[in-house]
Design a protein around this ligand. Structure first.
Ligand SMILES: NC(=O)C1=CN([C@@H]2O[C@H](COP(=O)(O)OP(=O)(O)OC[C@H]3O[C@@H](n4cnc5c(N)ncnc54)[C@H](O)[C@@H]3O)[C@@H](O)[C@H]2O)C=CC1
Ligand SMILES: O=P(O)(O)OC[C@H]1O[C@](O)(CO)[C@@H](O)[C@@H]1O
Length: 380
């Protein structure tokens, strides 16, 4: 049987990417540090993906197993040696940590296997696979880099499916929204995977997704948190917040239309479809999950700052994006490591200096001034 090695047996790993490989006739070897999940995968060898709908339709995912990357290094090398695909859904910040192990696996593989291997990072981050490739190459000697050149291919991708935190008493089953989109950038003819959409240029896809789904979601999460809401759908019951989401997505939309020549009506329909996805009450999606890791979300290339910077460059409005950035700066969830660090930075310094450090914005830039104005207003 063909195999795919997937790093990260979490929500997207089990509920989306691993499920598509399994449905396409692959055996999926999940690699993770969570021992309980790995043990259960090996014991049960299957799980269910359940749709967040009234009917809760379920699909059984079979031909799965697990390896612990901390205690089973050698087995992970063996798995990489024989795989057709190597994918990740682990969080962008974790990619550097798994790169040394992948590098060792690739070095061992190319000594004995001339077949092509396709590496795809499935993370909410522009050019995540390029980043992963860089981390892997930092761990390879020149000879191995040359040896893998025409055997290991690295493709960027965009992944879109809302998979909330799972409240299932340790079961492997995963609740997911019905919608999904996995777009992979390549001009190669690659082995078929159900549900994988191939495009020659990912730019418009990843920006459209990140600056609509993820920007919109972040606005709801931060405003919801600020207003004491528990979940995304509860937050959207507040019409003022819905208005704010539409206004923000109006700004990212204007940039996307300007940058990629998108059809205005189609883009408006895309926005509305996404807002409806967010309203799915069966997801019960916690605002703290969607707002997690605010330092990453406030990064220069991420869902809030990048569209604001691009809008400003294009002479377009960015005041609602500035408000979204301000609301992210007010996310003071004590359970979130990055939120704690962010609040500590703010308490020891000032907003312009924090934005300089976290988002790469000049302290006297127009965006920074606009964020400070909103921050002061929201804080009241
Ligand atoms: N949940 C969602 O709806 C979506 C998530 N994404 C992206 O997918 C990626 C994964 O997100 P989720 O599946 O939600 O997260 P998750 O937390 O459910 O899964 C991540 C998994 O990685 C494992 N992990 C952490 N550190 C590790 C390490 N050093 N070595 C091996 N495994 C390690 C964790 O144990 C966990 O099982 C993120 O980049 C996220 O932005 C993208 C689209 C949708
Ligand atoms: O996974 P991240 O980047 O922390 O952000 C959460 C976002 O990702 C998603 O899980 C799916 O794209 C959304 O729910 C949300 O916008």
């Amino acid at each position: 049987m063909k195999t795919a090695v997937h790093f990260g047996a979490g929500n997207i790993g089990r509920g989306f990417i691993g499920a598509l490989f399994s449905q396409s006739g692959y055996h999926v070897t999940f690699v993770d540090i969570a021992d309980a999940i790995i043990t259960k995968l090996n014991e049960e060898q299957k799980y269910q993906v359940k749709l967040a709908t009234e009917q809760k339709e379920a699909v059984t995912v079979e031909n799965v197993s697990g390896l612990n990357n901390l205690s089973q290094e050698q087995d992970v090398h063996e798995a990489i040696k024989g795989a057709v695909y190597l994918t990740t859904a682990i969080g962008p910040n974790i990619l550097p940590r798994i790169a040394p192990l992948i590098a060792k696996g690739l070095a061992a593989r190319v000594k004995e296997n001339d077949e092509k291997l396709y590496v795809i990072a499935c993370e909410n981050q522009i050019s995540a696979t390029d980043l992963l490739k860089g981390y892997i190459f930092d761990n390879l000697d020149e000879e191995t880099k040359a040896a893998i050149a025409d055997k290991v291919y690295f493709f960027n991708s965009a992944v879109d499916r809302i998979v909330p935190l799972q409240d299932n008493q340790g079961s492997l089953d995963v609740l997911v929204e019905p919608y999904y989109e996995w777009v992979v950038e390549t001009k190669e003819d690659i082995p078929h995977v159900e549900g994988m959409k191939i495009v020659p240029d990912l730019g418009p896809f990843i920006e459209r997704k990140l600056f609509t789904v993820n920007t919109g979601h972040a606005v709801i999460a931060y405003l919801g948190y600020m207003n004491g809401k528990q979940t995304i759908d509860q937050t959207l019951a507040d019409e003022e917040i819905v208005k704010q989401v539409r206004a923000t997505l109006g700004e990212t939309g204007a940039y996307l239309i300007h940058q990629y020549g998108l059809n205005e009506e189609e883009h408006q329909a895309y926005i509305e479809k996404i807002i409806n996805r967010f309203k799915n009450r069966f997801l019960n999606d916690d605002v703290t999950r969607v707002g997690r890791s605010p330092l990453r979300k406030l990064g220069p290339n991420d869902r809030l700052v990048k569209p604001a910077v691009e809008a400003e460059k294009a002479g377009l409005s960015y005041t609602n994006l500035a408000r979204a950035i301000a609301s992210a700066l007010l996310f003071n969830n004590a359970q979130d490591e990055e939120a704690v660090k962010l609040q500590q930075m703010i308490s020891e310094s000032d907003i312009p200096s924090v934005l300089k450090e976290v988002s790469g914005l000049d302290t006297d830039s127009a965006i920074t001034q606009e964020v400070v104005r909103h921050y002061d207003a929201l804080k009241k």
